[in-house]
Write a protein that binds this ligand. Structure first.
Ligand SMILES: [Zn+2]
Length: 324
């Protein structure tokens, strides 16, 4: 195991703090904590390394589901500062993706279509956590006015080498941008990683024009695969698949349609669209596993209950009570 990964794991252990109140409904009653199973702690980099090290102990972190609001969260929670958090997301984080980054106009078209902006004469779009930049590059190529926010300096540099797009380094709640200036905010695979999901939604609400749209993508903890895999894991050794992958603070919150809708409503948004139809491909190596997984993914598609969940929400055109 490399030294850097070992250091990250050590910092992670020191950062674990018990959760006193549910982030969504503020319940402080320990009876509301339903234990879904053990998640353990390890870093992405180190996972292939020494599994006997103290920080890989399975029972260090549990996945909890709040009985009142259905939010899933890690407990204890790895509370890392922004620099440590930023250092976890770098170009090497995307090792499973091909080396060359290519724009993804198909995904952009879906986002614009479901946001009701396909035929809009001009769109000013913010992407939060653009990662390798597949969507923001497509938006830039289409002629949209695009701005990107990223927590990783490494990913900002990589995008800058590809296109002259306005970028800001940092976590969204702390980034200074003109209020009420965007038609669309796209945020994919971010809200499950951050310690303050509510602050992210508040910042987005502030940045959107009245009537503007937020398009969120997060893992669907209610997907058939999550539920079946978790039940099997729990039966086998008390662990769970929920919050996967949690090795590092990668996923610390888990959402369903219900819990994310509630969070959006609380922050003054009206949910206008839901989709979880994307059919995943099995990564199983054995023939049987492949067959079973493929069958689950097909069923998920039929039930609109797949692993990838898109939720579209609108900032009302007229300010609502408590939300400017
Ligand atoms: Zn709750």
């Amino acid at each position: 195991m490399n030294r850097q990964a070992e250091n990250a794991a050590e910092r992670l252990l020191q950062a674990l703090k018990p959760v006193e109140a549910c982030h969504l409904c503020d319940s402080r009653d320990p009876a509301d904590k339903r234990v879904l199973g053990n998640r353990g702690v390890a870093t992405h980099d180190a996972f292939a390394g020494d599994r006997s090290a103290s920080w890989t102990r399975a029972d260090l972190v549990r996945a909890i589901q709040c009985r009142r609001c259905a939010l899933i969260y890690a407990d204890p929670m790895p509370v890392l500062d922004q620099i440590d958090l930023g250092s976890l997301y770098h170009t090497a984080y995307f090792t499973q993706s091909p080396a060359a980054v290519t724009p993804n106009p198909a995904r952009l078209a879906t986002i614009l279509e479901r946001s009701g902006l396909r035929t809009a004469p001009s769109v000013r779009m913010l992407e939060v956590g653009f990662g390798r930049g597949e969507v923001i590059l497509a938006a830039h190529e289409l002629g949209l006015e695009t701005v990107g926010v990223e927590i990783s300096p490494d990913l900002i540099d990589a995008l800058q080498r590809l296109a002259p797009i306005e970028t800001h380094l940092g976590a969204l709640p702390g980034v200074v941008l003109p209020p009420a200036s965007f038609d669309l905010v796209y945020m994919s695979q971010v809200l499950e990683h951050v310690l303050e999901p509510r602050q992210y939604l508040q910042a987005i609400h502030r940045l959107l024009k009245p009537g503007g749209t937020v398009f969120l993508s997060v893992p669907n903890e209610n997907s058939l695969y999550f539920r079946i895999a978790s039940a099997l894991k729990h039966w086998r050794d008390g662990s769970t698949y929920h919050l996967a992958p949690l090795y590092t603070p990668y996923h610390i919150y888990g959402y369903s349609r219900r819990s994310l809708t509630r969070l959006l409503n609380q922050e003054g948004f009206q949910v206008t669209g839901y989709d979880a139809r994307v059919e995943a491909a099995s990564t199983g190596t054995s023939g049987l596993r492949k067959q079973v997984e493929t069958m689950i993914f097909k069923t998920e598609r039929l039930l609109n209950a797949g692993y990838c969940m898109d939720l579209v929400a609108r900032k009302p055109s007229v300010p609502s009570e408590g939300h400017p």
